[in-house]
Design a protein around this ligand. Structure first.
Ligand code: FAQ
Length: 334
């Protein structure tokens, strides 16, 4: 019914492959660069102790940090609904979900730190606007149904994008992604269940669910990034096996997955041109507005300013906690 069992199977397979790749068997290469290339070609993992090109390191830091920041900023839109969830059970579930996102941020910052950059530096770059976070978290959560739409569509898009990252060539990132994907899959199901309940409720509840899907559909498609022709990093990231599929390939996979799920929900996707293409064995669909994506990425989305102001405020308010933790660590080390 939920349609992501296949994706979970891919995560299991990637986990097994990771164990094999850990016992690395590439040998006999001459220089450092040749060895790096041989490891990538053999589909084994680059580890923190290995030599790697500076540009590979920089690309990973950029992507992993952006991903970590997204998890942390991504707590805000849903956090907005914790105190207003319609029942104690819904509140407890949402609280746990939002807490999971903090955990994902933590795994990812830890993975980025293995590349020689500290979490403090990364957070500082986010606060100063020198690093990005996902466009999707700059849209507002206007109703309770939006919590369902985020789970179904945003977490759904996140899994489709992230399952291939479980096979990423950099070991610490791949290992973090295995755990994250398993949890994201659960998140997607909780969102789907919220929407399913609303869609099978009163006419008013169904209308609420439909309205949220109408608002979140295109921003979710835009999460996959610019179209391949405009994607600056894809070719190099795919050659390094950081990315395994292009932005457009994953977007298509997501659309194909959602169509059947929407049918089960009894909701429509807001695209009059969505139809099955027999020749391509995939759905034709309307592309999201990529100019809007550019605007949102560059800081001019509906909630960019609010999200960053909140993050800066939370960081400042948490200063005493960081100071206390540092003082305690110092005392213990003495
Ligand atoms: N938003 O050359 P490409 C989640 C930037 S986590 C903002 O195609 P790339 C969990 C890109 O950085 C969601 N910026 O880039 C959750 C680059 O900028 P630069 C986050 C975007 O890296 C659920 C420029 O555009 N997921 O949802 C976006 O090869 C619910 C050119 O683009 C990840 O981070 C965008 N949507 O491919 C949490 C997954 N798209 O640095 C809470 C890991 C592109 O050149 C609640 N990341 N840009 O100035 C990736 O897979 C990739 O980085 C892509 C972009 C696919 C996002």
């Amino acid at each position: 019914m939920y349609g992501n069992d296949g994706l979970l199977g891919e995560v299991e397979a990637a986990e097994e492959a990771l164990r094999d790749a850990a016992g690395r068997q590439v040998s006999g290469s001459e220089g450092l660069e040749e060895y790096f290339t041989a490891v990538i070609e053999a589909d084994q993992k680059i580890e923190p102790r290995d030599w790697m090109p500076d540009s590979y390191r920089k690309t990973l830091i950029r992507q992993i940090a952006q991903h970590a920041h997204s998890e942390i900023i991504g707590m805000q839109p849903e956090g907005n609904w914790i105190s207003r969830a319609p029942s104690l059970k819904r509140k407890a579930i949402l609280l746990a979900k939002v807490q999971d996102e903090a955990g994902h941020g933590l795994y990812l910052y830890a993975a980025a730190e293995t590349l020689g950059v500290s979490r403090d530096e990364l957070v500082q770059m986010l606060l100063e606007g020198r690093q990005k976070y996902s466009s999707i978290f700059n849209y507002p959560t206007l109703t309770w149904a939006d919590v369902g739409a985020i789970g179904w569509l945003v977490d759904g898009a996140a899994i489709v994008n992230q399952v291939p990252l479980c096979r990423c060539s950099y070991g610490p990132y791949a290992r973090a992604m295995i755990r994250i994907c398993k949890e994201e899959s659960f998140h997607q199901r909780q969102g789907y269940e919220i929407l399913h309940t609303l869609a099978h409720g009163t006419d008013g509840q169904k209308a609420l669910a439909q309205d949220s899907v109408n608002r979140w559909w295109y921003p979710s498609l835009a999460m996959f990034g610019p179209p391949d022709a405009d994607s600056t990093h894809s070719a190099q990231s795919m050659a390094w096996k950081i990315k395994r599929f292009s932005n457009d390939e994953l977007r298509q996979r997501f659309v194909d997955m959602c169509v059947q799920q929407a049918e089960v929900l009894g909701l429509t996707l807001p695209d009059p041109d969505l139809r099955w293409n027999e020749e391509r064995q995939a759905y034709d669909y309307t592309q999201p507005d990529y100019d809007e994506l550019k605007r949102v990425i560059s800081g001019d989305g509906p909630c960019n300013r609010q999200r960053m102001a909140h993050r800066r405020g939370a960081h400042a308010e948490g200063a005493w906690v960081r100071e206390a933790a540092a003082a305690y660590a110092k005392k213990r080390s003495r």
